[in-house]
Design a protein around this ligand. Structure first.
Ligand code: SF4
Length: 176
């Protein structure tokens, strides 16, 4: 019997709306559970990154230093990495701060607060610019939408779990 494919879902710099759309799969979550083993997800409070994932859905843009590390590790351990939603695809809402010169002043103001001073050793560093996933690591597919529609998420997962290339109108292979 063929081994079940494994799936991980992750969020970086996003609003979690893409994952809410994932939950909108509703009864298809049951079907998904019968065809794939979810090995990592914010919904599971996963402590350690799995050694291998067949499919990784990554929501959000890269906006903090810890996102760079996390994304590179996910890439190393994933066979198919999908930029999940517009923030992951092109920066979208998360990248709006790239148009502003307020970053430095906001960080300076925050760093003077008592909370920041107490926890400064633990605070992740904000990157100078927010960037989409494919500028950091190779990405197999872009799944567009803000958030992507649940039907679209299902069609992509259904194709991939059956070993087909996803075929949806807006789909394109990244990095071609
Ligand atoms: S694409 Fe839209 S829904 Fe998804 S994380 Fe970005 S802002 Fe939120």
């Amino acid at each position: 019997m063929e081994e079940m494919k494994t799936l991980g879902t992750f969020w970086l710099g996003g609003c979690s709306g893409c994952h809410m759309s994932f939950l909108d799969l509703d009864e298809q979550l049951v079907a998904l559970n019968q065809r794939a083993r979810v090995v990592a997800s914010p919904f599971m409070d996963t402590r350690a990154l799995p050694e291998h994932m067949d499919i990784a859905l990554v929501e959000g843009a890269v906006s903090m230093d810890e996102h760079l590390v996390q994304l590179q590790r996910i890439r190393e351990r994933s066979r198919i990495l999908i930029a999940f939603g517009d923030c992951a695809v092109n920066g979208n809402v998360t990248a709006m701060r790239n148009c502003s010169n307020h970053k430095t002043s906001l960080l300076e103001r925050f760093s003077t607060t008592p909370v920041a001073q107490q926890r400064s050793d633990h605070l992740p560093q904000v990157l100078e610019r927010v960037v989409p996933l494919h500028t950091v690591v190779p990405v197999e597919y872009h799944l567009p939408g803000c958030p992507p529609d649940a039907d679209l998420i299902w069609r992509v997962l259904d194709d991939l779990l059956d070993g087909r290339n996803p075929t949806f109108e807006l789909e394109h292979r990244a990095n071609d």
